[in-house]
Design a protein around this ligand. Structure first.
Ligand code: PMP
Length: 287
């Protein structure tokens, strides 16, 4: 069965999916995106992703390419046409095609493309093994709350992580505070057992997985504080972990080579992974 992409109103073979050379996404990174997980054939937190998409579009004054309800139909159709049981749906909206000029075009119509890919089902043992992170300066723009497609600093950071043999790079502001990872939110558990993640604002993306984990932590009675934390505090933490749609929840067992906690998965992270897995399976069962 061929892989299918969606490009501005058409379902096409993935290999034949093209956008115009003067699409503003291509020339200016003038667009936004979402990545939605599919688990057991069900889109995880679809409404949360669409709400965040609406916010990103509004912040950049980009029009919806179609009403959100219609977008949902296309998303569902992409999952169906690609026979995705487990995998990810990528959705990108740009300001559209127009002669290259920095100021907004007056007549462009938003472009919308989607791709989907299958993955192996979530493997709790695999994600529980944990990952290493490095810390690097955060050189991104000052509106990281918008899920914009301008990801060059994130790509450079992730590449530095890969070259250092790490899974992720945590980004550090002037002053030594960690904002988030290049494609994940950052969390620690202090020696006192307090779960900490950066407060929302322009410095981080308010992850959908972050929001789900916050809710689960509340239900579990785990004390949670949304505040900034620094590199030194993170290295001294009893646990650390990352969250994102594609990484799920993964323990961080080394930061810049320093072992965190016992150098393995900690109890709070373990509990949250178990809760998140239940949450995913619950979504899968459907209402
Ligand atoms: N921060 C950044 C910079 C990201 O790119 C992502 C992934 N989209 C996240 C956090 C996590 O967000 P989510 O849980 O919605 O995938």
């Amino acid at each position: 069965m061929p892989r299918i992409a969606y490009v501005n109103g058409k379902y096409v073979r993935h290999g034949d999916a093209f956008v115009h050379v003067e699409d503003r996404g291509y020339q200016f990174a003038d667009g936004v995106y979402e990545v939605i997980a599919v688990h057991g054939g069900v889109l995880v937190d679809e409404q949360g992703h669409l709400d965040r998409l609406g916010r990103s579009l509004a912040e950049l004054a980009i029009a919806w390419p179609m009403p959100p309800k219609a977008l949902k139909v296309v998303i569902g159709e992409m999952v169906r046409r690609n026979a995705i049981r487990d995998g990810f749906l990528y959705l990108q909206i740009t300001r559209g095609v127009a002669p290259r000029e920095h100021a907004f075009p007056t007549h462009a119509k938003s472009s919308c493309v989607m791709t989907a890919r299958r993955t192996r089902p979530l493997d709790i043992n695999e994600i529980s093994r944990g990952v290493a992170v490095i810390t690097i300066p955060d050189i991104r723009w000052k509106r990281c709350d918008i899920k914009a497609i301008s990801l060059l600093p994130n790509c450079l950071g992730k590449q530095r992580a890969r070259e250092a043999g790490a899974y992720e790079a945590w980004l550090v502001e002037a002053g030594g505070l960690i904002t988030e990872g290049t494609s994940t939110n950052a969390w620690i558990v202090t020696a006192g057992g307090e779960l900490v993640t950066r407060d929302t604002g322009a410095a981080i993306l308010n992850g959908i997985t972050r929001q789900a984990v916050m809710k689960l932590a509340g239900e579990e009675g785990i004390a949670l504080v949304e505040r900034p934390f620094g590199v030194d505090e993170a290295k001294a933490a009893s646990e650390a972990f990352i969250t994102s749609t594609t990484a799920f929840i993964r323990p961080v067992i080394r930061i810049d080579g320093v072992a965190i906690g016992g150098g393995g998965i900690g109890p709070i992270c373990g509990r949250l992974i178990a809760c998140y897995a239940d949450y995913l399976f619950g979504q899968r069962a459907g209402p």
